[in-house]
Every structure is written in C-alpha cells, then in structure tokens.
Design a protein around this ligand. Structure first.
Ligand SMILES: NC(=O)C1=CN([C@@H]2O[C@H](COP(=O)(O)OP(=O)(O)OC[C@H]3O[C@@H](n4cnc5c(N)ncnc54)[C@H](O)[C@@H]3O)[C@@H](O)[C@H]2O)C=CC1
Ligand SMILES: O=C(O)CCC(=O)C(=O)O
Length: 379
C-alpha cells in the first residue's frame, strides 16, 4: 500500500490529530513522484513560515506526526523570535540522496503557490538551496535561496551562529563562563548546521564527540580538528548519548530525548539545532530532575528563521546578525524565569510565546490598511 492510499483510510484520525492546526494540505503529483504534506499550525502572528524537510518516511503516520509537530514548533519559534509570521512546515516523502529531481521541487512550488501567500517555505533537513531555486520558479513564497536569486543565502549559517550563542548562554549558567574552550561537546548530525557548529566549537578550543551516518562528514571534521590540534572522536549508536561530554548538541532529528536515551546522558546540558528534541514535555521534567539544563530548541535554532523572515522585509545582513546574537539574552531570560518559578525551561519558553500570541490576538482586531475590511469580503 502506498503512503497516500493509507491516508484515505485514516482521514478521521487526521482530523483528530489536527485539532490544534488550521490546515493540512496533502500534495500528490504522479508525474514527478512528489508526495508531500504541508501543515499550517497557527497564523495569528502572520502567514505561516517554515522549512521543508525531505526524509524516507516509512509510513504516512510518521510523516504526518513529523509535520504536525514541526509546524507547531514554528508557531512558538516565530513568537519567541518576535517575527510577524505563524507556524507552518512541509515534508516530502523520499530519500534526499536518490529521489530528488528539479521537476519534483517545481511541482512542490506549485502546491505552495496554491496557498496564495498563507505559507512561505525554504530548506530544512534533507533539502538544499538548489532545490528551492527550482521551487522559486513557480511561486514567490520561497525563502532561503541564494543572494543572486534575491534571497539571503544559506540560512544554516545564522542557525549555526545562533546555536553557538545558545551554547555560550548555557555554558554561562552551568559553568559560570561563556568561554567554550576546554569543554567537550557531543554533536549528533554533521549536516548543514551541525558541521558549521562543529567547526566553530573546534575553533573556540573545544573538543568534540561527533556522530553522523555520513562517514565523509565525520572524516572531514576529524581532519579539521587535527589541523587545529583538537580532538573529534567518532561515536555511533547509543554511544552518542552516553559520551562523557559536558554538553550534548543534537543537530540531526527530533525526539532524541526519550525514555531510552535519557538515562544514558552524562552531560550537564542539552543545546542544539534539531527541532523537537524532547519526545514529550514530560522529558523536559525528567531532564530537570536529573539536573541537566535543557536549552529550548526553538530559541536556540531561530537564526535561520530570523534570516528567512528578514528576506521578506528586504534582507539586511547586519540586522540578521544582531537579532541572531540576541538568542544569547533570550535564552538567559528563559533560564532565569524557569529558575524563579521552579518550572522546566520548555515550560518557561512556551509560556512566554503563548502570552505573546494571546496579546497579539487582541491587537489583530484593529483594522490596518494591509488587511481586507470585513465588508469587502464578498467583492
Ligand atoms: N537548516 C537550518 O537552518 C535549520 C535546521 N534546523 C534543524 O536542525 C537539524 C539539522 O538540520 P540541517 O543541518 O539543515 O539538516 P541536514 O540534512 O543538512 O543535516 C542532517 C545531518 O544529520 C545526519 N543524520 C541523519 N541521521 C543520523 C543519525 N541517525 N545519526 C547521526 N546523524 C544523522 C545526516 O547524515 C546529515 O548530515 C534538523 O532537525 C532541522 O530541522 C532548525 C532550524 C534551522
Ligand atoms: O531555517 C529555515 O530555513 C527556515 C526556518 C525553519 O524551518 C526552522 O527554523 O526550522
């Protein structure tokens, strides 16, 4: 049974699962083989914005679960970063190493265009700027493309920078200094973001444990470490969780803080770029009980969002860098609130975002010239 046939049988459960979401679009283009899902979680703050992930999902449910969780995370990320966008995300079924074609991304661009400005998208895990150059031929709602094409360039650069600021803030709270030298970090995933984080940590004088299913990436970072006189030890399987490091830096996929992994952790903090690191909020509670400081993922990894949102206002590199730097202070404030109220860091971050969204709902009832007046709805 193919994944979309399966979707027909689960329509009721889809409706149940989307009780928090505004819209889900299932995309099927037999000509190019595109099968994708776009999820829009909440547009109170503005049109939905979020990257598009490509993965060889085994089932429809797995993909749906992923896109629903990721799009909700974007609502919170946009609120935390104080950008005027809502939460959305897309997933494409397929192996990014073998199944991509330009035509597939053009077809995806057409589906995005059909949403008429309700959803803006760009790169995420498994997709690259090149893919979205193809998509951008079909719609204006594409971000994260090269400057030569009117975009802001590789959004994983500010994402990685933001992770470094997040690590400095975390280091400050745990070790009393934001100097990262002499500390050991375990990085899971050496892709667009993780590799750049690894380079910057090595250049700051840190040592690493690294893990990636792509052996080339592991070899390349080990070579880089050797040149700098630092160490990057390769770990695989569950050793990535059990490594004797100071901080665990997840930069691959979500759900990695779960019942199986949590007891293996020997680190003092978890802070990385992966979206939805906690399998459930309960795992944030367990980390707190174990005395492991958790940096809410959507605060730490907002650098890419900050850049792609800025593209839509007219890209300004200095502005992006300055907003990305503020991840340091935002995270310290979340840590402070969590400590004051004796709650988990994810609860503190969620509370801040939910308040921002509630406050904005009140103001959204004001008419502004960019909005269509209600009396114009029939025209
Ligand atoms: N690209 C960006 O600007 C942003 C990315 N993120 C999140 O950060 C994470 C990484 O994103 P990218 O670097 O863009 O993705 P990517 O696709 O470039 O890199 C992911 C890396 O993880 C590796 N990987 C896959 N399975 C693995 C496993 N079992 N163990 C170890 N490594 C494994 C892949 O081989 C790849 O090198 C994702 O969760 C993404 O949603 C969040 C915000 C922005
Ligand atoms: O970083 C991007 O390209 C878009 C934002 C996003 O999808 C994310 O932060 O997960």
């Amino acid at each position: 049974m193919n994944v979309l046939e399966h979707s027909v049988q689960t329509t009721e459960s889809v409706i149940e699962k989307m009780h928090e979401h505004e819209q889900i679009v299932f995309c099927n283009d037999p000509t190019t083989g595109l099968k994708a899902i776009i999820a829009i979680h909440n547009t109170t703050l503005g049109p939905a914005l979020g990257g598009c992930r490509m993965r060889p999902y085994r089932t429809m449910d797995e993909a749906l679960e992923d896109v629903l969780r990721l799009s909700k995370g974007m609502t919170y990320k946009c609120a935390a970063a104080d950008v005027d966008f809502g939460g959305g995300k897309a997933v494409i079924f397929g192996d990014p190493a073998t199944d991509k074609t330009p035509a597939m991304f053009r077809a995806f661009g057409q589906f995005v265009d059909s949403l008429n400005g309700r959803f803006y998208t760009g790169t995420d895990m498994g997709t690259s700027m090149d893919d979205f150059i193809h998509a951008s031929k079909e719609t204006n709602c594409i971000v994260g493309i090269p400057e030569a094409y009117g975009g802001g360039g590789d959004s994983s650069i500010p994402t990685a920078l933001g992770v470094i600021y997040g690590l400095k803030a975390t280091n400050k709270v745990v070790f009393g200094t934001d100097d990262l030298s002499g500390k050991t970090f375990t990085i899971q995933g050496l892709g667009k973001v993780g590799y750049k984080v690894a380079e910057q940590l090595l250049e700051s004088g840190a040592d690493l444990y690294v893990s990636d299913i792509n052996e080339e990436a592991v070899k390349a970072i080990q070579e880089h470490a050797k040149q700098l006189g630092s160490i990057a030890r390769a770990v695989s399987g569950n050793d990535v969780y059990a490594a004797e490091a100071d901080v665990f830096v997840p930069c691959a996929f979500g759900g990695i803080i779960n019942d199986e992994t949590i007891d293996l952790l020997k680190v003092k903090a978890v802070a990385g770029s992966a979206n939805n690191q906690l399998l459930t909020e309960k795992h944030g509670e367990v980390l707190k009980q174990k005395g492991i400081l958790y940096a809410p993922d959507y605060i730490v990894n907002a650098g890419g969002l900050i850049q792609v949102a800025d593209e839509l206002y007219g890209y300004n590199k200095e502005r992006v860098l300055s907003k990305t730097r503020s991840i340091y202070t935002s995270l310290l404030e979340v840590y402070r609130q969590a400590e004051l109220d004796d709650i988990t860091t994810i609860q503190a971050a969620n509370r801040l975002c939910e308040k921002r969204i509630e406050d904005r709902k009140k103001h959204n009832s004001f008419f502004t010239h960019t909005k269509r007046p209600k009396w114009d709805i029939r025209n």
